[in-house]
Design a protein around this ligand. Structure first.
Ligand SMILES: [Zn+2]
Length: 301
């Protein structure tokens, strides 16, 4: 197995739940881990988008819920860290690998919070998939900003406009100086740009700029997904790298369109010079997918 195949295979394991309907009960391959980051904030790795958590003497806040089996493992592990109840579950956006465990959290969480568009897309996606019975929707939504205080930690969820979807929020733990990016960060993976759910590459570039400018060089960022090698946490340099990737993808597409190339020719481009470190674990996360969205976005004028 060469390096690329290895990354693709392990990425597949990490992300298998992301965009597929896995049997939620009796999942045998579930490997989970907790990692402390700073000042009571950490991550949980299971099956799906990285879960973030805050556990302190005054309460508990969770970000994203993966799927039912992973959520159950997360709840169990959190229970070993604290006897407090879970106050809040924040969803960074509506994709199944971030809200699929909401129903498992439902009985043990005070309230579920998300951006208003995330709640809207979650309902719409569930209607289309016919799996409304397995959803737990947000109790509380917001437009621009939502905040709460748990003990000596202030948690702020902000909306920066359309990026990965039109309903992503970025969650900042102010005192810990840790930021959960949800799927606004794919670390060294070709990102999924969900145009059908309002995503915009040009907007995504701006979101990465804004978030980076609003935080510091010491900020620890949590990423929705990352390759096993690159990981699911990092710094502002990783945000800049994804921003530059998108800028390069738009520039390449604009140049090729100006030269008269078709959508099919452009999406057949094999690599993005300077960004060969981005891998494609499966077709949904691919350079071709990104360039297709770039083409559609630029075609709008
Ligand atoms: Zn997503």
């Amino acid at each position: 197995m060469d390096r690329r195949q290895f990354l693709a295979t392990s990425g597949m394991t990490v992300m298998a739940a992301a965009f597929r309907d896995l049997p939620l009960a009796g999942w045998q391959g579930l490997v989970t881990s907790f990692e402390d980051l700073r000042r009571g904030v950490g991550i949980f790795n299971g099956q799906g988008g990285t879960i973030g958590w805050l556990v302190n003497g005054d309460g508990i806040l969770i970000i994203d819920s993966q799927n039912a089996a992973a959520a159950a493992a997360c709840i169990e592990g959190i229970g070993e860290r604290s006897s407090n109840a879970i106050d809040i579950l924040v969803n960074t956006h509506h994709h199944g690998d971030h809200v699929g465990g909401n129903q498992t959290f439902r009985p043990v969480v005070g309230s579920i919070v998300a951006h208003e568009n995330s709640a809207m897309w979650q309902r719409r996606a569930a209607e289309q998939a016919g799996n409304e019975d397995s959803q737990a929707y947000p109790d509380e939504t917001f437009t621009d900003e939502w905040r709460t205080t748990i003990g000596d930690e202030t948690v702020v969820a902000r909306y920066h406009g359309a990026g990965h979807t039109s309903g992503d929020c970025v969650v900042t733990f102010e005192q810990a100086n840790v930021v959960h990016m949800g799927d606004l960060m794919f670390n060294r993976l070709h990102p999924f740009v969900d145009r059908a759910s309002g995503a915009r590459i040009s907007g995504w570039i701006e979101v990465l700029e804004q978030v980076s400018a609003a935080h510091s060089a010491e900020t620890i960022y949590i990423f929705g997904h990352g390759t096993p090698g690159a990981g699911v946490t990092g710094g502002q340099g990783d945000l800049a790298h994804l921003r530059d990737y998108f800028t390069a993808a738009l520039e390449l597409t604009r140049r090729e369109m100006a030269a008269g190339r078709s959508r099919e020719e452009i999406t057949g481009t094999e690599s993005l010079p300077g960004f060969e470190d981005h891998v494609s674990p499966f077709a949904l996360l691919s350079l071709s997918g990104v360039l297709g969205v770039a083409y559609d976005e630029l075609s709008e004028g």
